[in-house]
Design a protein around this ligand. Structure first.
Ligand SMILES: [Zn+2]
Ligand SMILES: [Zn+2]
Length: 301
């Protein structure tokens, strides 16, 4: 079980936002995190968690290489031997296990950031009409939020034709939607409505611009001069991978790409897995803020 879920049933994102904070521990969230973090820090004093996370990502690459070889073999020959099937099962289990371990180290690093920058973190209710802190997380695999039907990771989603979602437009969507079976059908279409707890968040509230209404933010980034500024900031990051967006199948970092025929800035960027077609569209100013943060470009402002 991960750090935040163990502490208060929370669901953390890689960019230091905890969604779903249970009310009775809410007022003491920072104290609880601090206490637990110190305990773990003592326990793992000899470990470099960042290094450990890297080692796990490296191993994940090797495991995926081997799995993909077997998948290729299966497509070519139509079947796998008993031994191959056994090995494939082992590898798939190891991949899930690595995902959990990577999530755990990411949660630990998130907790470290919270402890070090305590004064910037606050517990709050999201704004109903402009849930910026939640739409920022759109498409990111959340730590500790698995689909109840198939145990795949879930992401915060809203319909493509909604540009400025309210809290009611948001839902948890299973990433199995983007995984197709041999007939080309999505393997899981499960969605869940947001609960009252999901609307309570613990996050760094000091991010400039996030206090603005989402339509205002979108209008600002669509101004030609702001659009150009953001494109400049991200120009070196295109085709680079980020650990904040992981492929829900392969769990490897996704790569920032641009569409060749985008209508505007909020149609231009997406993240894609290097192994498969899993993709996250960046369609709101708040998501752009998260992408900029992911590539160490601070944020929109
Ligand atoms: Zn599912
Ligand atoms: Zn993938």
């Amino acid at each position: 079980m991960g750090f935040f879920s163990e502490l208060f049933g929370g669901i953390a994102s890689s960019i230091r936002t905890v969604v779903h904070v249970v009310a009775d521990v809410a007022s003491t969230a920072t104290t609880v995190i601090k206490h637990k973090y110190r305990q773990l820090k003592e326990k793992y004093a000899n470990l470099n968690i960042d290094q450990l996370k890297r080692t796990r990502f490296d191993r994940l690459k090797e495991v995926n290489d081997e799995i993909i070889d077997y998948e290729r073999k299966l497509r070519k020959d139509g079947r796998l031997s008993e031994d191959d099937l056994e090995r494939l099962k082992e590898l798939t289990t190891e991949r899930t296990d690595l995902r959990t371990r990577i999530e755990n180290s990411k949660e630990f690093l998130a907790a470290e950031d919270i402890v070090e920058n305590e004064s910037e973190y606050k517990l709050s209710d999201v704004d109903f009409s402009s849930p910026n802190e939640l739409t920022r997380l759109g498409g990111q695999v959340m730590l500790g939020k698995l689909c109840p039907a198939c145990q795949r990771p879930q992401v915060i989603r809203w319909k493509n034709d909604v540009r400025e979602p309210t809290v009611d437009d948001l839902f948890w969507g299973c990433t199995g939607l983007f995984v197709k079976d041999s007939q080309g059908h999505a393997v899981c279409r499960k969605t869940q409505r947001f609960s009252a707890h999901d609307k309570k968040i613990f996050a760094n509230v000091a991010r400039p611009g996030m206090e603005l209404q989402s339509n205002r933010l979108n209008n600002i980034v669509l101004r030609p001069e702001t659009t150009q500024l953001i494109k400049n900031k991200l120009s070196d990051s295109v085709n680079e991978a980020t650990e904040n967006y992981l492929c829900p199948v392969h769990h490897e970092p996704m790569t920032l790409r641009t569409k060749s025929s985008a209508t505007d800035l909020l149609d231009l960027y997406y993240l894609q897995c290097q192994r498969c077609s899993q993709m996250v569209k960046i369609k709101s100013a708040t998501q752009l803020d998260a992408v900029l943060q992911s590539y160490d470009q601070k944020g929109l402002f």
